[in-house]
Design a protein around this ligand. Structure first.
Ligand SMILES: *[C@@H]1O[C@H](CO)[C@@H](O)[C@H](O)[C@H]1NC(C)=O
Ligand SMILES: *[C@@H]1O[C@H](CO)[C@@H](O)[C@H](O)[C@H]1NC(C)=O
Length: 166
């Protein structure tokens, strides 16, 4: 092989590598799920289908948008996300939340704050709070069927989700 050909091949390979690097998703702006993880929260706090989000990295003020409202069961609770949710995020703390509610007995209550404390997440609805293991939120639930689309999560954790109470 002539050296000119070799050089052309090397240059072609280099160009190809550059194209590949640009195509790797991690190189573009992070997804809302990745941002959540960056603040030490599990991705499962956000159901699948986030269309876009805004984040002011200085203040932690954020909004996340879905195409539609989203409802599913998480452990023994029914959760509902509005098409736009917002609040403030900092390491291990989500506060002034708007747009996420949980059905407690027969009432829908807004989740105001979610705080990570070790391996637990404490959810606060204003009148009370309850904790869940972080493991519950390993995967993003799907609107509608939540984590039970394949009944995978409950089996993996080997627990009875109905044993919990608010
Ligand atoms: C949201 O709606 C747009 C326009 O209809 C569609 O292209 C997009 O795939 C939808 N996104 C999700 C996450 O469903
Ligand atoms: C973040 O919020 C602060 C305070 O409201 C504001 O001054 C700043 O311009 C915002 N930054 C961005 C990137 O929007």
């Amino acid at each position: 092989m002539g050296s000119a050909t070799a050089q052309r091949l090397i240059s072609l390979a280099a160009t190809f590598c550059l194209i590949l690097i640009k195509a790797i998703p991690g190189n573009s702006s992070p997804t809302a799920y990745e941002v959540l993880e960056g603040y030490d929260f599990p991705v499962g706090l956000l159901p699948k289908g986030v269309r876009s989000y805004d984040l002011n990295a200085t203040t932690g003020q954020f909004s996340a948008y879905f195409n539609d409202s989203c409802s599913f069961r998480q452990a023994s609770y029914q959760l509902k996300y509005k098409p736009a949710i917002k609040g403030y995020i900092s390491n291990g703390k989500l506060s002034s939340l708007e747009g996420i509610s949980v059905k407690v007995v027969f009432m829908w209550m807004d989740i105001k704050e979610i705080i990570r404390s070790g391996d637990n997440l404490d959810f606060s609805v204003g009148v009370g709070k309850t904790g869940f293991p972080v493991d519950y939120f390993e995967d993003s639930p799907q609107c509608g069927c939540g984590l039970n689309c394949g009944r995978r999560q409950a089996r993996k954790l080997g627990i009875n989700p109905f044993a919990l109470s608010w």
